[in-house]
Structures are given as C-alpha cells and as structure tokens.
Ligand binder design. Structure first.
Ligand code: 13P
Length: 284
C-alpha cells in the first residue's frame, strides 16, 4: 500500500530502526528490492531522481513504481530524491511520488531555507512529507579529496534550519559521500550526536553504500531513521551479471534481480527494518 513517509519515519524514530531508501531505475532493481522487502516484511522507500533520467523515462517508469507500491501489502513510499528545483520536485509528485526531497544544500544557508520553505509550503497541504539537506554530502570523487573541503552539517544552525523551514526530515553530512569510496570511510559520530541533540525531526543518511555495516548501524542507533542506498545495489547487479554472462539475457536478468534482492536483504538487516511493516503509531 502507499504509505506516508512522515508516519513511517516517526515509527522508525520511536522504534530505533531506519527505513531503507532504495534508488531504483529499472525493472530488476524495483522487483529485486520489493522481493527483499516482501520476504523481510520491511517498510520501504522506493525512489527516483534526476541522476537516472538518461537511463529511464521517469514519467513512464513512475507508473510501475506506483502500481507496485499500491499492490504490495507492505507500507511503500514513492519518493523523489535530491530535487534540485521546485519544478523538478513537483514533476515527481505529479507522476505519483508521495514524498520528496528538496536538495538546496549547495546554496547558502538563507537560500537553502528559502528554497526548502517554498517546497514545504506547497506540499504540506497536499500531505506530502519534505526532506531537506543541511551541510553537503559530496558527489562521487576521490574520498580524500572530498574530505578536504567537506561541508559537515553544522549543529549550531541545524535547529534554526528545521524551525524556519518546517521540513519533515533532515539529511545530514557526517563524513559520507555518494558513490564508490576510494578509501575506507569514517563517519563523524560527534557531529551526528550534536545534530541529534538539537533537532527532533528524523535524520537521514545519504551515501550509505560502502560504509562498513557497524558504522551504519551505529548511526541508526544514534537517530538516523532513513538510509539511502544506490551504489551497492548496482555493484550487486554487476556481480550477478558477470557471474552469469554466458547465459541468455532472459536468464541473466533473473540472476541480476536475485543479486539485488540479496543485497537489499542484507541492508534491511543492517538497518533493523525487518519485521517492522505491521508497526503502528498511536496518536498520530
Ligand atoms: P549511494 O549511491 O552512495 O548508496 O548513495 C545513495 C544516495 O544517497 C541517494 O540519495
């Protein structure tokens, strides 16, 4: 069933687990993660974003995302990830995404507040939860290089940001980057603790692929309620593809779906979202 991200992030916050957010942009990914969530009885966020529009026509693919969400017995949220403008985010909503992220984290604090606020004011009357980002999770790069000018979330302005924007969840930059790490990442738990102490909205960890499991689960235990995963699904897909590459594509595709499923199952256990699909929140 289609579910409300704000409701499920609150459940995750109260019960100390994180909802998996899987970026999906083809059939194998969508079916693979849904297979995993059905098997593990996990709530899930299936998500699309601008980075995938050269692979897949979102406006067509969204129909499949929404259809699978509706037909599932699990709580499924359809999400637009890293919306770089109001119009991009609105297009996601117009085609069936019921949760959005407005990512203005590359702009100044004031501009980030203004851009996020505009999206919140439009979407709250429509019952759509809005995620924002403060600090900046760097894009694929050499990890050491990215860390030189890394924009950590500043705990001293995090509360002001949430109070001024009324965003429903906050993505934090705590030493992680998107994509493949070129050396072992190390999350800054000190920053996470400080942000967690001043902000009451659920916190989000982007760029979770490649971060050691113990660091991800520690982050979840410290208040991360949603974890974004993309690259590791692709790596699992490629492993399955390479292992079975001599067979017909018709068969290889099934192995790829299975490889993605296994990786998603692993992530679900790291986040502790297994067997959580029936949880309820009183007084919501
Ligand atoms: P990874 O590709 O590093 O898993 O990051 C995904 C992400 O954060 C999407 O928002």
């Amino acid at each position: 069933m289609l579910a409300d991200v704000r409701y499920w992030e609150k459940i995750a916050q109260k019960n100390h687990f994180a909802i998996p957010h899987f970026n999906v942009w083809n059939v194998e990914m969508l079916e693979g993660v849904m297979d995993a969530c059905e098997q593990e009885n996990s709530p899930v966020i299936i998500s699309f974003g601008t980075g995938f529009i050269h692979n897949t026509i979102f406006e067509e693919y969204a129909g499949m995302m929404v259809s699978m969400a509706k037909h599932s017995s699990l709580p499924v949220i359809t999400h637009w990830d890293h919306g770089r403008s109001f119009d991009i985010v609105k297009n996601g909503y117009d085609y069936g995404m019921n949760s959005v992220m407005r990512d203005a984290s590359q702009l100044s604090f004031e501009e980030n507040v203004a851009e996020t606020k505009k999206v919140v004011e439009y979407f709250h009357p429509l019952n759509v939860g809005v995620e924002a980002e403060l600090g900046h999770v760097a894009d694929p790069n050499k990890y050491e290089k990215a860390m030189e000018n890394y924009k950590y979330t500043d705990p001293s302005i995090a509360k002001k940001f949430v109070d001024q924007t009324h965003c429903d969840s906050l993505a934090v930059a705590i030493g992680q980057v998107h994509g493949v790490y070129t050396s072992k990442p190390s999350l800054n738990f000190d920053v996470l603790e400080k942000v967690s102490n001043v902000v009451s909205v659920p916190l989000v960890l982007h760029g979770a692929s490649g971060i050691p499991d113990d660091q991800v689960s520690k982050a979840v235990s410290m208040g991360i309620c949603k974890v974004n995963i993309h690259t590791d699904l692709g790596i699992a897909a490629m492993k399955a593809f390479n292992k079975h590459r001599d067979q017909l594509y018709l068969e290889v595709q099934k192995y790829v779906r299975e490889g993605i499923k296994d990786e998603a199952v692993h992530k679900i256990h790291v986040l502790g979202s297994q067997s959580k699909a029936e949880l309820k929140l009183d007084n919501y």
